[in-house]
Ligand binder design. Structure first.
Ligand code: ADP
Ligand code: GN1
Ligand code: MG
Length: 364
């Protein structure tokens, strides 16, 4: 093990004694470990080495998460029967009172209570699970709608700004730092052909037709934990909770909840959007938010999955051309494989777009 997890665990004010720590989950950004404690009646923990290459301001990032989790906890406290330790992330303070530490090598770490008996899915195989995911994100947005205070810090500026993402792609194609741009001409063409239509959400925002709300911005299905009965439990991975449009959360959730295959599937015939999973997620989501969204927000919900799937394809493609500096990869072609699968998913959504619009209309 590269890190002395026991020593790092010791910097935090945990209950229970360190027993062992192992890499955990399939996130693309941080190094995540599950720490088990010796005592059966004490919590286990998630210890994360934060990616401060991507998140440039860890104190502000952590401050956001502190504010968000305090607010969520207050809300949950007023709901009878809620289990705060499982329905909301709990940051564990370090011995100096901060919610993160810097180790002797300059690594940033934070610790959460491990949410016990959860289920996490990279691929969703039933409408019931998709529905529960929709409810979880809808409720999350609804609970944060009245968070007091200043707007949240933008942990990654222009995170879902497709105009900026396309500019970066073009810049990397020109620089071609590792000589890969020539090998992905087909994917670049597929992206450029669709560039104009993807700018509509930004345009609606600039015109004031859709409001900026507090959104999660990384609603990949494995960031939504379900309980042992596959019911909505907890939304995790709060690093990108910041001002945004609801379309970003809806789109990213559909990208993952309604994909019939893995995000990086190489057999592209397996990659499709399942319309029943789409419908179920939308139903769950709108059951919590239907009353608060305005008409324009609703009208463009069906468009959102195309936008976000396209945006993530652009980001994977850009990272491939840039020499894999951003996302964790497991082999040399991983990012281009991911980009291809996401582009195939965009095409599947395009084919079913009329049906998607009909479904949203029927639910709103
Ligand atoms: P990344 O940004 O790298 O995706 P996450 O914060 O999503 O990091 O954590 C990675 C994975 O660790 C999650 O997908 C989930 O499986 C698991 N995880 C994170 N926090 C918790 C928690 N408090 N309890 C249980 N599992 C967690
Ligand atoms: C990353 O952190 P994780 O693995 O849940 C990324 C998302 C992408 C996703 C693609 C901060 O999500 O934006 O959609 O990978 N998170 C960040 O799988 O960039
Ligand atoms: Mg994650």
């Amino acid at each position: 093990m590269k890190y002395d997890l026991k020593e790092i665990f010791g910097y935090f004010t945990s209950e229970g004694t360190y027993s062992n720590g192992e890499p955990y989950g399939s996130g693309h950004i941080h190094d995540t470990f599950r720490v088990e404690t010796c005592e059966k009646d004490k919590d286990n923990y998630i210890l994360q080495r934060l990616n401060n290459n991507i998140f440039k301001n860890i104190p502000e990032l952590q401050h956001n998460i502190e504010r968000v989790t305090i607010h969520l906890r207050n809300k949950l406290q007023s709901i009878p029967g809620s289990n705060i330790k499982r329905e909301c992330l709990s940051l564990i303070p370090a011995r100096d009172g901060k919610s993160w530490i810097v180790d002797k090598d300059g690594n940033y770490w934070r610790m959460y209570i491990f949410i016990s008996n959860h289920r996490s899915y990279n691929i969703v195989d039933s409408p019931d699970k998709a529905y529960e995911g929709g409810k979880a994100i809808g409720r999350f947005q609804a609970m944060l709608a009245d968070m007091p205070g200043e707007p949240l810090f933008e942990t990654i500026p222009f995170f879902h700004d497709i105009e900026k993402r396309l500019q970066t792609l073009n810049q990397k194609i020109t620089e071609d730092p590792v000589g890969r741009a020539g090998t992905v001409g087909k994917e670049i063409d597929m992206v450029l052909q669709r560039a104009e239509e993807m700018k509509i959400i930004l345009k609606l925002g600039k015109e004031g037709k859709i409001p900026v709300r507090i959104t999660h911005n990384d609603t990949k299905f494995n960031n939504i934990l379900l309980d042992e009965n596959d019911k909505a439990l907890c939304v995790i991975d709060l690093d990108t909770v910041m001002p945004g449009y609801v379309h970003y959360d809806f789109g990213d959730a559909i990208r993952t909840a309604a994909n019939t295959a893995a995000e990086d599937e190489t057999n592209l015939t397996k990659v499709n959007m399942d319309i029943n999973l789409f419908k179920a997620y939308a139903k769950g989501y709108l059951s919590e938010t239907g009353k608060t969204l305005n008409d324009v927000e609703k009208e463009y919900l069906a468009f959102a999955p195309k936008l976000i799937t396209y945006t993530i394809a652009v980001r994977f493609l850009t990272d491939f051309i840039d020499g894999d500096k951003y996302f964790k990869i497991h082999h040399e072609l991983h990012n281009i494989q991911r980009a291809r699968a996401q582009l195939k998913l965009v095409m599947s959504m395009e084919e079913q777009y009329d049906e998607m619009k009909k479904i949203i209309r029927s639910l709103t």
